[in-house]
Design a protein around this ligand. Structure first.
Ligand SMILES: [Zn+2]
Length: 88
C-alpha cells in the first residue's frame, strides 16, 4: 500500500481541541490535518489527514502521554516482558 506521508509531526507540536477531541496541525494548503484522539488511543491509526487536499502526516506520540478520557479510568496493562537476568 503506497502511503503518501507529507511529514512526521510530534504530538507536542499539534494542537488539541478538547471540544472535538481531535488533534490538529496546520496544512500547507491553508486547512489543517486532523486526527481524533480516540483513533490514537485505539491504535487504529497514527495518520492525520487534511480534508481539503488529502495530504497526510504521521503523528508521533506515546500512548501514555495522551489526555485521559473523562470519567473513565484507563487500565493500561503495561506488562514487563523484559526479565532482568540474575547475575551470579
Ligand atoms: Zn491540506
Amino acid at each position: 500500500m503506497a502511503e503518501n506521508i507529507y511529514d512526521e509531526i510530534e504530538i507536542e507540536d499539534m494542537t488539541y481541541d478538547p471540544t472535538l477531541e481531535i488533534y490538529h496541525y496546520p496544512c500547507p494548503c491553508g486547512d489543517r490535518f486532523e486526527i481524533g484522539i480516540a483513533d490514537l488511543r485505539d491504535g487504529e491509526t497514527d495518520i492525520a489527514v487534511c480534508p481539503s487536499c488529502s495530504l497526510m502526516i504521521r503523528v508521533i506520540f506515546e500512548l501514555e502521554n495522551l489526555p485521559k478520557e473523562k470519567g473513565e479510568e484507563e487500565t493500561a496493562e503495561l506488562e514487563e516482558k523484559e526479565q532482568v537476568p540474575v547475575v551470579a
